[in-house]
Design a protein around this ligand. Structure first.
Ligand SMILES: Cc1ncc(COP(=O)(O)O)c(C=O)c1O
Length: 444
């Protein structure tokens, strides 16, 4: 018998796991472990109930452990656990795609399934490049992202993304990528309620990039309609419209990364619908399956899809896909999730709650060290003044205090982000704000 087989397993040992996006050594000294979840709450390993102010990671829009979703996953696992998606299919996947296609704004009616937001982003960038090649514009290879953008962690996503720590360790990234400036203008827009007034002109930077490289070299622009990962940045009024106009003028594809805004966060199915701006491709993940089984997808406008459906009928049109694309468990989960969104009117509910949410989050304006608050739909960002020489420390301490007091929020440097499940009640909004206010004071 090998030595390893004789070793008893210590289930309290946190050593073996390398945690993602975490300060491993700090965490393992003072861990925060979650052991259960139901509706609006987590249960921590010490038995405490934690109110979920972040829908997990912007993903559990319908609340936790919803019975119909659990049952749909259970039934699918018992009926057919896996089916290959290459040159094969299964009905649940086609049914789900048809339902999503019906929900999609305008003619974004074709859906390519992935397993995460990062995969959705890489898929969308590849579709954009392949589209131009097949459309006879093979010189269009450049991709344009935006500073402070987050598009996951694949090489495509970090190349177009604009968060320095996600980029600086990983080499030269994709060639031919340029970035628009971000739209966070606290000097002009601090404490905006909803979309900020100033900054639409920042979209005109795309004109400068076109003048520099020529439109014939640019394949696509990718932006989050509301940037989430650096503390929630709703777009200035008119900004997305302007970006759309410039992309159309130069034949550049516009990709909206709706991984956090898709499925109700802004009170509509998609941000594209909320803003009345239609991209050419739209990436989703998270809320599509309420995060129960990993799933993502790319919505594609019909003309883009049809351009790629060329050549002989037996030719594979896009050499791209994942073993788990359209995984049966994910498809079953997502179908049950869409039922809940519809029967409980959760997108509408988010829209109805958002004025209450807005008033509640802006009541934190006078808390110590708060320099900006932003909100749109059922999400908000709060900037805290950094401690001298210790960027991020105040944000981290505030997040930990909030957790100790019973609320989960997200921290990004010295910004906090909140994005509760859409099933939240008003008294739970009050509770989040009360506790976050206390946490900000205690960490000041
Ligand atoms: C806008 C956006 N795009 C992409 C991603 C990456 O998603 P995933 O972590 O599922 O790969 C995220 C994750 O938060 C996101 O917010």
């Amino acid at each position: 018998m090998s030595k390893a087989a004789l070793k008893p397993i210590d289930t309290n040992n946190l050593d073996a796991m390398w945690m993602p996006f975490s300060a491993n050594r700090q965490f393992k000294r003072t861990p925060r472990l979650l052991v259960g979840a139901k509706d609006m709450h987590y249960t921590a390993s010490d038995g405490r109930t934690i109110l979920d102010g972040t829908a997990g990671l912007w993903c559990v829009n319908a609340g936790h452990c919803r019975e119909p979703i659990v049952e749909a996953i259970r039934a699918q696992a018992a009926k057919m656990d896996f089916a290959p998606a290459f040159q094969m299919g299964h009905p649940t996947a086609f049914e789900l795609a048809a339902r999503l296609s019906q929900m999609a704004p305008a003619d974004l009616g074709k859906v390519f399934f992935t397993n995460s937001g990062s995969e959705s982003v890489d898929t969308a960038l590849k579709i954009a490049l392949a589209y131009h090649q097949v459309a006879g514009q093979a010189t269009r290879k450049r991709l344009i992202g935006r500073s402070r953008g987050y598009h996951g962690v694949g090489f495509g996503g970090i190349s177009v993304g604009g968060m320095v720590n996600n980029r600086k360790f990983f080499g030269a990234l994709l060639p031919g990528v340029d970035h628009l400036p971000h739209t966070h203008l606290p000097a002009r827009n601090a404490f905006s309620r909803g979309q900020p007034e100033h900054g639409a002109e920042l979209a005109d930077e795309l004109e400068r990039i076109v003048a520099l490289h020529d439109a014939s070299t640019i394949a696509a622009v990718i932006v989050e309609p509301c940037a989430g990962s650096t503390g929630y940045l709703p777009p200035p009024k008119g900004y997305l419209q302007r970006l759309r106009e410039i992309c159309t003028k130069y034949g550049i594809l516009l990709i909206f990364d709706e991984v956090i805004t898709g499925f109700g966060r802004l009170g509509a199915a998609f941000a594209a619908e909320h803003f009345g701006v239609i991209p050419d491709l739209m990436t989703v993940a998270k809320g599509i399956s309420n995060a129960t089984v990993p799933m993502g997808g790319v919505f594609v406008r019909k003309p883009v899809y049809e351009t790629l459906m060329n050549g002989p009928e037996n030719a594979i049109e896009l050499f791209h896909g994942y073993t788990y694309s359209a995984h049966p468990l994910a498809c079953a989960a997502a179908s049950a999730v869409l039922d809940i969104y519809k029967t409980e009117g959760l997108f509408q509910r988010a829209a109805e709650l958002s004025p209450y949410w807005e008033d509640a989050v802006h009541s934190l304006k006078s808390a110590p060290g708060v320099t900006d608050i932003r909100n749109l739909g059922l999400a908000a960002g709060i900037d805290l003044e950094s401690r001298p020489g210790a960027a991020g420390a105040r944000g981290y301490d505030t997040f930990v205090k909030a957790f100790e007091l019973g609320v989960m929020v997200r921290q990004a440097g010295d910004a906090l982000a909140m994005s509760p499940p859409l099933v939240i009640e008003k008294n739970q909004i009050d509770e989040i704000i009360d506790i976050v206010g206390k946490a900000i004071k205690q960490a000041a």
